[in-house]
Design a protein around this ligand. Structure first.
Ligand SMILES: [Zn+2]
Length: 64
């Protein structure tokens, strides 16, 4: 199986890369936005998401 990751945008503008990982046991948890505290996901089971903050592309995108 290939890793699939998706991009999650919070309403406040924060952006996260979401990746699905398999755990050996069931887990319960939730993920809140670092900036505004909004709940982005709740999970329960062996397939859980891992979130990684992505820098906003304000300055970076147009350099080329
Ligand atoms: Zn947010």
């Amino acid at each position: 199986m290939s890793k699939q990751h998706t991009i999650v945008d919070c309403a406040c503008g924060a952006r996260y890369e979401r990746r699905q990982v398999q755990l050996p046991i069931k887990d319960i948890g939730c993920f809140d936005c670092d900036d505004c505290g909004a709940r982005l996901e709740i999970w329960w089971g062996r397939a859980v998401p891992a979130f990684k903050r992505i820098a906003r592309e304000k300055n970076a995108a147009r350099r080329a």
